[in-house]
Design a protein around this ligand. Structure first.
Ligand code: C2E
Ligand code: CA
Ligand code: CA
Ligand code: CA
Length: 278
C-alpha cells in the first residue's frame, strides 16, 4: 500500500509537472495568436420566443492553432485571464465583432445586436469605456447594436461595477448578465444596475425535464426579471420540451443548438437566409 502511495505521488508530480509545462507552452503560443491571426469568432442566433424572429447573435471565440488544433474558450480563457492576455484578446474580440456588425449592415442584413463576452479583467480595465467608444467609432457602428455580457461575479464590487455600467449605458451599448443563477447573487443589484437582459444559465435549462427545482428556479428568475423590466434569454435550448416550458413561463428569447450552433459568419448568413420563423 505504501508503495502504491509512493507511485501515486510520483504520478501526481509528473502530471503536475507536465500540466505546468503545458500551460507555459500554451501561454507562449497564446501570446502570438493575435498577430498570427489565429482567433475567429463564431455567431449563435438568439430567437424571440413568440415571433420566432431573430433578436440578436452572441459572438463566441475559437482559437485555431497549427500545433494544438481548434481550442475551445473553456480551455484557453482561464489561462488568458491568469496571464493578462485576456485584455488584448478581448479587445480583438470587440473590434472583430464591430467590424462584422458593420459588414452585415453594409450587406443589407436586418439590424440586430451582437453580444460580446467580457471577462472580469477587461471589465475593470481603467480605459474600458473609451476603448469601446473608439472601437465603435472606428467601425462606424451605432452603440445600440453592441451588447456586453458580464457575469454576476463582476458585480461583486457593487460600487465600481455600478459606475462602469452606468458609463457604458451612457455610451449607448446594451448590458446582459450572463450565466445568471450560478454565481454570487445579490438580487438588489439587479434593481440598481442598468441591465437590459438576463441570461438564464444553461445548467438550469438542461434539466427542465427531470428536475423540478430547476423548473422552479427558471420560472422564478423570469418573474423576477419581468418585475424589474429586464428581458430574459434562456441558454442551452436544445429540445421542443425546453421551448414549451420556457414559452409557458414567459421567457422572451431562446438560444441554443435547437436553433443553431455557433457558426462562422458566412454559415450564419446562410442559416439566416433559410430561417423562415418556423
Ligand atoms: P457562455 O458565454 O455561457 O456561452 C455559451 C456556451 O454554450 C458556448 O460555449 C456555446 O457554444 C454553448 N452552447 C450554446 N448553445 C448550446 C446548447 O444548446 N447546448 C450546449 N450544451 N451548449 C450550448 P463556448 O463557445 O465553448 O464558450 C464557452 C465559454 O467561453 C462562454 O460561455 C464564455 O464564458 C467563454 N467565452 C466565449 N467566447 C468568449 C470571448 O470572446 N471572451 C470571453 N471573455 N469569454 C468567452
Ligand atoms: Ca455569454
Ligand atoms: Ca452563458
Ligand atoms: Ca457559461
Amino acid at each position: 500500500a505504501k508503495r502504491n502511495g509512493k507511485n501515486n505521488f510520483q504520478f501526481y508530480c509528473d502530471s503536475m509537472h507536465s500540466k505546468i509545462q503545458g500551460n507555459v507552452e500554451m501561454e507562449s503560443l497564446l501570446r502570438k495568436a493575435i498577430t498570427n491571426k489565429e482567433f475567429i469568432l463564431l455567431y449563435q442566433p438568439q430567437i424571440n420566443a413568440n415571433s420566432k424572429t431573430i433578436r440578436g447573435v452572441e459572438a463566441l471565440i475559437r482559437w485555431n492553432n497549427k500545433e494544438l488544433g481548434m481550442i475551445s474558450p473553456a480551455e484557453f480563457i482561464p489561462l488568458a485571464e491568469e496571464s493578462g492576455l485576456i485584455v488584448p484578446i478581448g479587445e480583438w474580440v470587440l473590434k472583430e465583432a464591430c467590424q462584422q456588425i458593420k459588414a452585415w449592415h453594409q450587406q443589407g442584413l436586418p439590424k440586430f445586436p451582437v453580444s460580446v463576452n467580457l471577462s472580469i479583467r477587461q471589465f475593470y480595465q481603467h480605459d474600458l469605456v473609451p476603448t469601446i467608444q473608439q472601437i465603435l467609432e472606428e467601425a462606424d457602428v451605432d452603440p445600440k447594436y453592441l451588447e456586453l455580457e458580464i457575469t454576476e461575479s463582476m458585480a461583486m464590487d457593487a460600487d465600481s461595477a455600478s459606475t462602469i455600467l452606468n458609463e457604458l449605458k451612457k455610451l449607448g451599448v446594451c448590458i446582459a448578465i450572463d450565466d445568471f443563477g450560478t454565481g454570487y447573487s445579490s438580487l438588489s443589484y439587479l434593481k440598481k444596475f442598468p441591465i437590459d437582459h438576463l441570461k438564464i444559465d444553461q445548467s438550469f435549462v438542461k434539466d427542465i425535464s427531470v428536475d423540478v427545482d430547476d423548473r422552479d428556479i427558471i420560472s422564478t428568475i423570469i418573474m423576477l426579471a419581468h418585475n424589474l423590466d429586464i428581458v430574459t434569454i434562456a441558454e442551452g435550448v436544445e429540445t421542443e420540451e425546453h421551448i414549451t416550458f420556457l414559452k409557458k413561463h414567459g421567457c422572451d428569447v431562446l438560444q441554443g443548438y435547437h436553433f443553431s450552433k455557433p457558426l462562422p459568419p458566412k454559415d450564419f448568413e446562410k442559416w439566416y437566409s433559410n430561417w423562415n420563423f418556423k
